[in-house]
Design a protein around this ligand. Structure first.
Ligand SMILES: [Zn+2]
Length: 412
């Protein structure tokens, strides 16, 4: 039986969201946490965007060093030859790409304003796939933007053309969150059967069904005989109402009635990392986790009403579908309530030594401390908030990589 994989797109859909963003170091930490969780792939950015090039290159170096292994790092570009050329120019070592183009009549008409036909769309995509293959891309996903508003026959034609020219996966994008579990199941199953290649499900929450649609879509793909790749973001952060939340989708795939046990993940996810990644993303995006968020919300394991409290005390399974410790919750957390020394873009060596000393990090000589501190200052310029311990430890451990990913050169 075919399996389910997770492709997290926080560092692409999440960071392109209005009002929200992550520093290059925060994106790197997200990639590291996703890797620790066992996520198959992180869509780690835009290789045609100049200010991302050093971040992307640095993260590919982390992959070579074994720090970001076994996770795959995939870039997102438009399915046009120019983007493929630019991607390999700015990020020569990029290995995995998703190429995206609109397929619905609404978008073909509404965006290309009568200048492109369906045939042109297929041709642009095919040329881009061949260019990416020519540059040695190891895996290529082809995205049908607005797939849920695209005629199924055309989607099949489009996906078959992608497959024939060397694409490895087809991404079904419910770009506007238009599908429901019933429709996406049918579409996904039909596509899997007729196209015969692995299918990604990219779902949005405009109608509040991103997680449900991801699960139903995955079921459709697997029932159609192919592997399913679910796109998620941490805390569901994404365009407009957001994407399928990583933790909620992972819980749904592994705990829900009639699905868990029958439909299997390709590799197990370490959900014990859920609490950490969700909290970090909340801090980094400056977006609080909703009190009722599945698994990681403050109320996810809270009980006050008499019948519920009594029931859960007698046997947690009376009122809890899964346990808090499965998600890495339950450890006491230290919150400073008195004097605090934190990192900042104008920090000095004394405060820095104090912060690092708390984590039992010492330096060989004053020069080394000054070098790390300088990088911490630059990281703070981007983050505009104190760095967390893992970020400081990362800089201390991989200063060369940190220096690279913090590099922004708009002048050149
Ligand atoms: Zn999206």
């Amino acid at each position: 039986m075919a399996k389910i994989y997770f492709i997290d797109v926080t560092n692409r859909d999440g960071v392109q969201t209005a009002r929200l963003g992550l520093s290059k170091l925060e994106k790197t930490m997200i990639n590291i946490y996703l890797n620790e969780m066992g996520i198959f792939q992180s869509e780690f950015g835009f290789p045609t965007t100049k200010h991302e090039q050093y971040y992307l290159q640095a993260n590919l170096e982390l992959a070579d060093m074994g720090v970001l292994q076994p996770i795959r790092l995939g870039g997102w570009i438009r399915a046009i030859v120019e983007d493929v050329e630019k991607a390999f120019e700015l990020v020569p070592n990029i290995k995995h790409l998703n190429l995206s183009i609109s397929t619905s009549d609404q978008m073909i008409q509404g965006k290309f304003l009568g200048k492109k036909s369906r045939k042109d769309i297929v041709k642009m995509m095919v040329d881009a796939v061949e260019a990416a293959r020519g540059h040695g891309a190891e895996s290529i996903g082809v995205n049908a933007e607005d797939a849920s508003r695209t005629d199924t026959d055309f989607l099949i034609e489009f996906a078959l053309a992608a497959k024939e020219h060397g694409a490895d996966r087809f991404r079904y994008c419910d770009t506007l969150g238009y599908d429901n579990p019933f429709t996406i199941y049918e579409s996904a199953k039909t596509l899997a059967k007729h196209v015969g290649m692995p299918i990604e499900l990219h779902c949005h929450g405009d109608l509040g069904m991103a997680v449900a649609n991801s699960l139903a879509g995955a079921k459709g793909v697997i029932d159609g005989g192919q592997d399913a790749y679910i796109n998620t973001t941490v805390n569901g952060i994404g365009e407009r109402a957001g994407n399928a939340d990583l933790i909620a989708t992972a819980l749904a795939a592994t705990k829900s009635k009639g699905f868990a046990g029958k439909y299997q993940l390709a590799t197990p996810l370490d959900l014990k990392k859920a609490w950490k990644i969700s909290r970090f993303a909340s801090y980094a995006f400056k977006v609080p986790i909703p009190i009722n968020q599945p698994g990681v919300g403050a109320n996810a394991f809270a009980h006050s009403s008499g019948i519920h409290a009594d029931g859960v005390l007698k046997d947690p399974q009376n009122y809890e579908l899964y346990s808090f410790d499965e998600l890495g919750r339950g450890e006491p957390e230290l919150v400073e309530t008195g004097r605090e020394i934190c990192s900042g873009e104008y920090g000095g060596v004394s405060g820095f030594r104090h912060i690092m000393g708390r984590m039992e990090v010492t330096f060989d000589d004053p020069k080394q401390a000054e070098e790390i501190l300088e990088l911490v200052r630059y990281a703070n310029v981007e983050a505009q908030k104190p760095l967390v311990e893992d970020e400081l430890l990362f800089i201390a451990k991989c200063p060369k990589i940190a220096k690279k990913l913090l590099t922004l050169i708009p002048e050149e």
